[in-house]
Design a protein around this ligand. Structure first.
Ligand SMILES: [Zn+2]
Length: 330
């Protein structure tokens, strides 16, 4: 169980980029040496090119008024020599691009950055970062961008006066705004209720994806995993899990109510967790299949009142039919 942080993943990625850059450049050096041995005339010309460039820069430094002319002359000579050396390579059966490092990204040459003088992240690393964030968070492609309202029925729901699709559209808008505004959203916490298969997990993943994109760390786990961490803490085996849950800037608990009820653990630690997070003004997102009555019966009144406290929590009640049955949404 880990808090997923954009910063940590970016650090990891940049280290991987550096390693890959070193590797492909070392490989290019090896190829260059091999070719220099196999085609001595190429090696001679490469040496000559280096010498011309060094001489020219020294002369330009000594003679600033003529620096531009010196550079232009050197450049012309180098171009000629380079064409000759490439012809020599080809004649020996090699191609000049064998000498180039095989970068994973030719745009940033595996530095992860583009642009001068202002460095910006290359698009390759932005894509890699998002992919890794979602992968680590187990989000897959469950993002607002992929959120498809069409999977929800547009038939009016009995008693609700609205269709499942209309409700989901309202919730999607609410959750997009919530994730974009976080941590300045009107309500700090969300409680998603309703039977299984109505898209609660999907919605949580979309929010987590957006919040992660914005660089805010998220800890996302099932209630089962949450309880495991509590149990380990209670037995004195491991404090780190509960500690992470207490500290995470955003904590997302999926499937509350599916975890076992352990005496002295489930209710007691859940209360502590919710209470501590509330005292520290940290955001907690919960999804549950339980009805409000079931929540109250299972977790006691004091936890229930924390979970649904209107001053800090927006309760989204999901309605309608199971969308997992068609089109693979969940
Ligand atoms: Zn790149």
């Amino acid at each position: 169980m880990d808090i997923i942080s954009k910063k940590a993943i970016l650090r990891e990625l940049l280290a991987e980029y550096r390693a890959r850059k070193d590797r492909v450049e070392a490989e290019a050096d090896r190829v260059r040496l091999r070719i220099a041995e196999a085609v001595p005339v190429y090696a001679d010309m490469s040496g000559a090119i280096t010498k011309i460039l060094m001489d020219a820069s020294r002369r330009a430094l000594d003679d600033p008024p003529n620096a531009a002319r010196i550079a232009a002359e050197a450049k012309a000579q180098v171009l000629c020599l380079r064409a000759d050396s490439e012809a020599a390579l080809r004649a020996a059966g090699y191609s000049p691009d064998m000498l180039e490092p095989k970068y994973g990204c030719p745009i940033c040459k595996d530095t992860g950055f583009v642009g001068t003088p202002i460095h910006e992240y290359c698009s390759c690393i932005k894509v890699a970062l998002m992919r890794r964030l979602y992968q680590e968070a187990n989000i897959g492609d469950e993002t607002f961008e992929n959120f498809d309202l069409e999977v929800f029925s547009d038939a009016p729901e009995e008693g609700a006066g609205r269709s499942q699709r209309q409700v989901m559209e309202v919730y999607r808008t609410y959750c997009v705004d919530f994730a974009n505004a976080y941590p300045k959203a009107k309500k700090r916490n969300l409680l998603l209720t309703g039977p299984t298969g109505l898209g609660k997990t999907y919605m949580l993943n979309c929010i987590a994806a957006r919040v992660l994109e914005r660089g805010i760390p998220v800890l996302r786990l099932t209630a089962y995993k949450m309880l495991e961490a509590m149990r380990r803490y209670h037995r004195g085996q491991d404090e780190s899990g509960l500690d992470l849950m207490l500290r995470a800037e955003m904590l997302v608990i999926d499937d509350l109510g599916t975890e076992p009820m352990l005496e002295n653990v489930t209710v007691e630690y859940l209360f502590t967790l919710l209470n501590e997070r509330r005292a520290n003004r940290l955001s907690t997102l919960v999804a549950t299949n339980l009805t409000p009555q079931e929540l109250k019966a299972r977790y006691t009144e004091r936890i229930f009142s924390r979970l649904v406290d209107k001053s800090e929590t927006e309760v989204l009640r999901f309605i309608g039919g199971d969308v997992r049955l068609h089109r693979g949404a969940r």
